[in-house]
Design a protein around this ligand. Structure first.
Ligand code: UDP
Length: 237
């Protein structure tokens, strides 16, 4: 059996935190925290980027009339609430956890300092990155790719709500949709697949960062993907 990854960047989409609704579902977050705690105890260094789609997406708010940049800041602040919920449950599960925010908010989180994040990881702490990039017009997928590269993660693990991997069509609409086991970055981009944003994929391609898309809604999947079991869709060159 192949060895688990040593250092991973796990991207959790905001949708997962809310269990499909607005806000945070504590039962769901506790379940994810327990799974993360298990892989950290197994010796894998884990950093997390959390999304905020369970609160606000800037693009959606701007279609309802808000200025895009302000709406995006609301989106970024939403991700921090998810970070704090995840931190709480991870600490309850016995894992020391630090939140680093790309927007300064000293009372609740450290600032994003990549080398300090690496030190935390080396000490066996979980690091959760919040507030996206701190910049409007970006997505947390892109931030996940950037953080993975900057902290030297071996792989970017993209956890999705209720979807097993990347399909050739939306499986919720088209029942004939087929899931890819593997895909190249260029296939992903040329087929305009919507599972992650194109900027994130281009950044991964240009820096040779593998991405695994997997279903977070299946219990035990975080451990499976960290142990390199062949689940989901792997994106590489
Ligand atoms: N966002 C942003 N800059 C970033 C990351 C996120 O402006 O670097 C905003 C953007 O409005 C986005 C929202 O935060 O819609 C929530 O992030 P995202 O949509 O990526 O969350 P997810 O879909 O993963 O839940």
């Amino acid at each position: 059996m192949s060895k688990p990854y040593k250092r991973v960047l796990l991207k959790l989409s905001g949708e997962v935190f809310g269990g499909g609704k607005l806000g945070v579902d504590p039962v769901v977050v506790q379940g994810i925290a327990n799974e993360i705690a298990q892989v950290v105890r197994g010796g894998t260094q884990v950093a997390v980027v959390v999304g905020g789609g369970n609160y606000f997406r800037g693009a959606e708010l701007s279609r309802s009339g808000m200025a895009r940049d302000r709406a995006d800041y609301m989106g970024m602040l939403g991700t921090v609430m998810n970070c704090l919920a995840l931190q709480d449950f991870c600490e309850k599960a016995g894992i020391e956890t630090r939140v680093q925010s790309a927007i300064t908010m000293g009372q609740v989180a450290e600032s994003y300092i990549p080398r300090r994040a690496e030190r935390h990881l080396e000490k066996g702490r979980l690091v959760i990155f919040g507030a996206g990039s701190g910049m409007p017009y970006f997505s947390t997928d892109t931030v996940a790719a950037q953080r993975a590269l900057e902290i030297g993660a071996e792989v970017l693990l993209m956890g999705k709500q209720g979807v097993d991997g990347v399909y050739n069509a939306d499986p919720a609409i088209d029942h004939t949709a087929v899931m890819f086991d593997t895909l190249t970055y260029d296939q992903f981009l040329s087929e305009d697949l919507k599972v992650a944003d194109a900027t994130a994929i281009a950044l991964a391609r240009d820096n040779d960062l593998s991405i695994v898309f997997f279903n977070l809604s299946v219990a035990g999947n975080i451990s499976r993907v960290v142990n390199r079991e062949a689940i989901g869709t792997t994106l590489s060159r």
